[in-house]
Design a protein around this ligand. Structure first.
Ligand code: HEC
Ligand code: HEC
Length: 545
């Protein structure tokens, strides 16, 4: 029996103000619920056919933005030029090798609504690009900015600018206005402190002079619109998850929760997420039709992305290794698989911390060959090849991920709520087999939004507990912006860990430029004491995912 809920029924703000229209990729729970309710209505009523026709005509007739056609780095633009074609996915280069997406449909259908520009010219692909692990990266954004003189539709003030009222008349103004997008690939998610929250905003230290209690500016990385089959929680703060009554069709319930705690299916969350994204990011003046919603979710749900090759280690599918998207596509996942607390929901097996099991065959490849029994060791043992050395490092990293214990403290959502020891491994939270997500909605505060690690480009918010007067400084209240609960401040979902090398920087706010930085963050936060070799091995492993 679980006395406390991970997060319970969402508080629905009575009035849903303007902030909703601005609220990042998808709205708040209230909006999601409303959109879901509307789905039951007649699709014809949802689609304003004339508005959609004219919106598309506008795009078709718009003169080519300078450089936009030639800008092959812009996924959206490239797709538009070959609209209607089925394009096979191909390995996409990144700093550590290549990543590959596999699509359940066999190829990428460019005519899918995912690639259709809406409202302000953006499509989903403006922020979820195949060449960037279905997110965006500062490098490619800078290329898109240069090639289009800042006209690429990702550069829109609504949530692309640091301040939605920033002047963007000249190229120099644009460079300043879109600096968070250009330097860290961050989108501004605008969100109001919920009515009835247990806390109030007492100070907004916003370097861009915009944020207030009416609308906090939360700078967040686009989560990848791939590998969604491993997701139990939609959005960093779970705002597209809906709790439903036990027994609701398609619902998934936390085992042994008392009172019952059940979530609507991820599929239904993704449907409302798509609508909310079109309203929010793309400033569309009409709803997606039910058919468009379905097509987008079918498309994105069929994508699987993983690193395929590594510069140093070569193919990640050779020599008995099972990296790459093909094995990942075959990887089972369901709500409650390998749950840390309750064990596996279906098999009833106890939690297994050996979550990652792809590179075991590469262990000890760098060790000198043992002489056969009865043979003398050679005077000069053969040197392992550079590739074998790199492969052995990845294999050690996988073992560290699964088995290197460390103690966590003050992790809201974990140390105060789960009935498990605080002695953990990376795989305690990143526990979905070979995926690294968490198979039930686990939102925890590992300290990424703490004032201690704030960089000057991030707004800092001072929140006061209405009951106790206690204050806390944070750059992002996370789940607390949904529930209004003090103890939920800073809680974020446990993200999936595949295709990482394709989409730096990392964490919800892009605070770490590379994966070694992520490992060092954990080392500092929890005083783990990783050796330099452990940092190298663990980050080599993460780069190979
Ligand atoms: C302007 C950039 C932008 C556009 C356009 C955009 N997104 Fe997003 N997307 C984001 C950001 C930022 C997040 C994370 C927001 C958060 O968690 O607060 C996100 C999150 C998501 C997620 C959640 C994934 C997960 O693991 O929880 C999905 C799915 C998604 N987007 C799909 C879409 C679809 C479908 C469209 C088009 C209808 C779209 N996005 C358009 C920026 C964008
Ligand atoms: C207590 C739970 C927990 C543990 C233990 C944990 N993580 Fe995480 N991990 C998270 C959460 C939550 C996030 C998202 C945090 C954020 O962005 O605010 C995250 C994010 C990440 C990311 C960034 C992913 C992205 O898309 O940006 C990586 C990489 C990662 N973790 C690797 C590790 C490694 C390696 C370890 C072990 C040293 C580890 N994690 C241990 C909960 C955990």
């Amino acid at each position: 029996m679980r006395p406390t809920q991970r997060f319970g029924a969402r508080l629905l703000p009575a009035a849903l103000p303007l902030a909703l229209l601005l609220a990042g990729c998808g709205g708040t729970s209230g909006q999601g619920g409303a959109a879901a309710a509307r789905q039951g209505g007649a699709p014809a009523a949802l689609a304003d056919a004339s508005a959609s026709a004219s919106a598309e005509a506008d795009i078709a007739q718009a003169p080519a933005e300078p450089g936009s056609i030639a800008d092959t780095t812009s996924a959206a633009t490239a797709r538009r030029t070959v609209q209607g074609a089925l394009v096979p996915t191909s390995p996409q280069p990144n700093a550590d090798g290549t990543a590959l997406t596999s699509s359940a449909a066999g190829a990428i259908d460019n005519s899918n609504a995912f690639f259709t520009p809406m409202g302000n010219g953006r499509s989903c692909a403006s922020c979820h690009a195949e060449n960037s692990g279905w997110s965006v990266t500062p490098n490619r954004l800078q290329q898109r900015f240069a090639a289009s003189s800042g006209a690429d539709p990702v550069f829109r003030t609504v949530d692309g600018a640091n301040n939605p009222n920033a002047p963007v008349g000249t190229l120099d103004q644009k460079r300043v206005a879109y600096s968070m997008l250009l330097t860290k690939g961050l989108i501004r998610v605008g969100m109001a402190v919920p009515a009835n929250a247990e806390f109030s905003l007492v100070r907004a230290d916003d370097p861009y002079g915009y944020a207030s209690a009416k609308e906090l500016s939360l700078f967040r990385r686009p989560l990848p619109s791939t590998n969604l089959k491993f997701v139990s929680t939609v959005m960093w703060d779970a705002r597209e998850n809906r709790t439903v009554a036990a027994g609701t069709a398609g619902a998934s319930c936390i085992l042994n929760a008392n009172p019952a705690l059940c979530y609507a299916s991820v599929d239904s969350s993704l449907l409302t997420q798509a609508s909310d994204a079109v309203r929010g990011h793309a400033e569309a003046t009409r709803e997606l039709t039910a058919a468009e919603q379905r097509a987008i979710v079918n498309f994105e749900s069929g994508l699987v992305t993983a690193q395929l090759t590594s510069g140093a280690a070569g193919s990640l599918t050779e020599g008995g290794a099972t990296g790459g998207p093909a094995a990942l596509a075959a990887q089972p996942f369901y709500f409650g698989i390998n749950d840390l607390e309750a064990g596996d929901y279906r098999t009833r097996a106890a939690f297994n911390r050996n979550v990652m099991a792809m590179f075991g065959a590469w262990r000890n490849l760098d060790a000198p060959a043992r002489p056969a029994p009865g043979q003398r060791p050679p005077a000069q043992p053969a040197q392992a090849s550079a590739q074998d050395v790199a492969r052995a490092s990845i294999a050690r990293g996988e073992q560290l991920f699964n088995n290197r214990p460390f103690t966590i403290n003050r992790v809201a959502g974990f140390t105060d709520q789960l009935r498990v020891p605080n002695r953990v491994t990376c795989s305690s939270c990143h526990s979905a087999p070979n995926a690294g997500s968490h198979s039930t909605p686990l939102l925890v505060d590992i300290g990424v939004a703490d004032a201690r690690v704030r960089t000057p480009d991030m707004p800092l918010y001072t929140l006061r507990n209405n009951a106790t007067g206690e204050t806390v400084d944070t750059t992002d209240p996370g789940l607390a912006m949904q529930t209004g609960r003090w103890r939920d401040i800073g809680r974020m979902k446990v993200p999936t860990l595949r295709g990482l090398a394709a989409r730096p920087p990392y964490f919800h706010n892009g605070a770490q430029n590379d994966l070694a930085g992520v490992v060092r963050f954990y080392d500092r936060r929890f005083q783990i004491g990783f050796t330099p070799q452990e940092v190298a091995d663990l980050s080599a492993f993460l780069r190979a995912l």
